[in-house]
Design a protein around this ligand. Structure first.
Ligand code: URA
Length: 260
């Protein structure tokens, strides 16, 4: 039981991106991070029945964290994951066809769900959370959280006329699209920012102007971007990012207070 490799082996475990133990304890009300570090250094904190060492990361949703043997009360009410979805992964909780889903990319506890949807072959940033209010606000067009995409399109350089059409509105079978921000950093590569979240919207917009999408990547959701997150990886939103997202959708500090 007292395997000397135990704590080291557990540092990442299944949750290499877990949260620092002192931060989790501080959020649960055990004092400042410094005070919580002292608790850990004094050997008063256990994780899954093992005495924790400084540097330990945990998943507050699944790890049993105790201080002096008593549950530390770290079960979070809300979690927000940022995922870089690879192609070939479906954005659903379960897939009847047995394909990999985005839920396979994140911890299974607590129960979470994807915010909005990326197509099977679309890559890039996706939020996964158990925060229903925030999910609703982010996906609701009236809150105006913009989503930015990079896309390579067929047909080479897109003409100024086609770019103007994408910017002002394209006639699709479910109506004209709202104005979009569109630039062409290099021929055949478009940067498109939209507020709406219609089904396959960017693909349909590009096809409508004669340039079907070859590759589509979402690179920003409101204030959230991350160039370092690799396909298939996830991380927690930082407190600042969660706050910025709430501000972007008009949920300010009052909802934030519920988190601690
Ligand atoms: N637009 C699309 O066409 N597909 C996506 O996955 C997201 C936006």
């Amino acid at each position: 039981m007292n395997d000397p490799l135990g704590p080291i082996d557990n540092l990442g475990g299944d949750f290499p991106e877990g949260q620092r133990l002192q931060k989790v304890l501080a959020a649960a009300g055990w004092g400042s991070r410094r005070v919580c570090e002292d608790l850990i250094a004094a050997g008063r904190v256990t994780v899954n029945d093992e005495i924790a060492v400084l540097g330990r990361r945990v998943d507050p949703g699944t790890d049993d964290v105790r201080v002096d043997g008593a549950p530390a009360g770290t079960q979070p009410d809300l979690v927000h994951y940022l995922v870089n979805k690879p192609t070939g992964v479906v954005t659903t909780v379960t897939d009847p066809q047995g394909r990999p889903t985005v839920m396979d990319l994140v911890p299974h506890s607590p129960r979470v769900f994807p915010v909005g949807r990326l197509d099977l072959m679309t890559e890039g940033l996706l939020l996964i959370t158990n925060d229903g209010d925030l999910a609703h606000a982010v996906t609701h067009p009236s809150h105006g959280v913009d989503k930015e995409y990079l896309t390579t399109v067929r047909g080479g350089r897109v003409s100024p006329h086609a770019i103007r059409m994408l910017r002002t509105g394209v006639e699709l079978d479910d109506g004209i699209t709202h104005p979009a921000r569109v630039s062409q950093p290099e021929p055949g590569l478009l940067r498109i920012t939209i507020h709406e979240g219609r089904n396959r919207q960017v693909r349909r917009m590009c096809a409508a102007v004669g340039h079907p999408v070859e590759r589509l990547i979402r690179v920003r959701i409101g204030p959230i971007s991350d160039r370092k997150l690799q396909p298939g990886q996830w991380r927690h939103l930082t407190d600042d990012e969660a706050m910025a997202l709430r501000t972007a959708v008009g949920h300010g500090a009052d909802t934030m207070r519920r988190r601690v």
